[in-house]
Design a protein around this ligand. Structure first.
Ligand SMILES: *Cc1c(COP(=O)(O)O)cnc(C)c1O
Length: 358
């Protein structure tokens, strides 16, 4: 593949300073979601098909910027990262890094185990990644010196990445996605969204989108549905991460407008009402949204991230009784325009399973 990313096309200086490794094919499709039964038009930008390897979804766009960095300097090096037992990030990292000859080690923290998590763990074991099980965040932190030593190769320390790949560099994956969405708006494939709704697990997706939307000149706001209570992910954290990604672009020579973007409360709104008991604990509204998505919208969601984000969207869009059953009690009111001011609203589908998972 020789596709040039939009970041390189918009700011040609980056082509020499920010190496890119295409791992999927864009643009990912946008389509209207029919039948949610509210007056707010709802669209989906479907990232599920993004990724040519054995797993897709939102982590792949982050790896397109992270893996070239891991490869810098030559010689074998291990990528070390963390996640829950069902980590989509860890699986994507393991599968795509392996293709580049990079070993992956993952330290996994306990999360509620269901069939979905068990299947994911089996895929993680089959991926060839070295798995460690510190169980709790506290024990993970205590074991870090040992993990660093264990995965040092020669004199090369492992390339350590935060949960979800949400470093400033990884965040660029969703700056790229926002630029892609802006092109789709320009081509008339969808109207300029008032809002884009995404789940927040480690923050890179929401932060990157918010920055990219502003850089592209769109007014679209990000509704960040926080589904993880094991990390601090408030709006201040998300805008700070976007700021770091912007400074990275400037430091690498991107010819951005002289005034920093400075995202504020107008750009990213966090929503905590859909977390339920905590990270990876399923919720009733999430289960209903998941069923609705499969039956009415031809979308395969999962309970940890996307089902909760869609549940928030459906309820806040003033869903009414005809759509997801029970949405009314969740805050939606029949016949209103809901909380999105009439929309249009885009749901970002970040889940990318592969049928055989291999
Ligand atoms: C990781 C993940 C998210 C959250 O993205 P972040 O950038 O970590 O906030 C959303 N949906 C799915 C399916 C994920 O695996």
């Amino acid at each position: 593949m020789t596709r040039r990313p939009l970041l390189h096309r918009h700011w040609p200086a980056l082509a020499d300073t920010l190496p890119y490794l295409p791992l999927g094919s864009g643009p990912t499709p946008v389509r209207p979601l029919t039948g949610p039964g509210s007056r707010t038009p709802v669209w989906v930008k479907d990232e599920s098909g993004y990724g040519e390897g054995g797993w897709g979804g939102n982590k792949v766009r982050k790896l397109e910027w992270l893996l070239p960095q891991a490869l810098r300097g030559g010689g074998p090096r291990t990528l070390l990262s963390v996640g829950g037992l069902g980590t989509n990030w860890g699986l994507a990292a393991a599968l795509y890094a392996r293709e580049q000859g990079i070993d992956v080690a993952l330290a996994l923290i306990d999360q509620p185990v269901d069939a979905h998590v068990r299947a994911q763990l089996a895929r993680l074991r089959a991926s060839g990644a070295t798995l460690h099980f510190p169980h709790t965040k506290g024990r993970l932190i205590l074991s870090l010196p040992w993990l660093l030593a264990r995965h040092t190769r020669g004199l090369r320390l492992p390339y350590v990445l935060p949960a979800g790949g949400s470093s400033p560099l990884g965040t660029l994956g969703y700056v790229e996605c926002a630029l892609e969405l802006a092109e789709q708006v320009e081509e008339g494939l969808l109207p300029e969204p008032a809002w884009i709704v995404t789940a927040v697990g480690s923050g890179g997706t929401a932060a990157g989108l918010a920055l990219g939307l502003r850089l592209a000149g769109l007014r679209t706001r990000v509704l960040a549905v926080v589904v993880n209570d094991t990390l601090r992910l408030d709006a201040a954290r998300l805008t700070a991460l976007a700021g770091k990604a912007e400074r990275l672009l400037r430091a690498r020579g991107a010819e951005l407008p002289p005034t920093p973007v400075r995202l504020g409360p107008e750009d990213i709104v966090t929503e905590y009402g859909w977390l339920g008991e905590g990270y990876a604990h399923p919720t009733e509204p999430g289960a209903r949204a998941l069923r609705w998505a499969a039956e009415e919208a031809d979308l395969e969601l999962e309970p940890v991230y996307t089902a909760k984000a869609l549940a928030a969207l459906l309820a806040l869009a003033g869903e009414g009784a005809e759509g997801a059953e029970g949405a009314e009690e969740l805050g939606g009111a029949e016949g209103t325009e809901g909380c999105f001011g009439g929309g249009p609203v885009v749901f970002l589908n970040t889940f990318g399973p592969r049928p055989d998972g291999s």
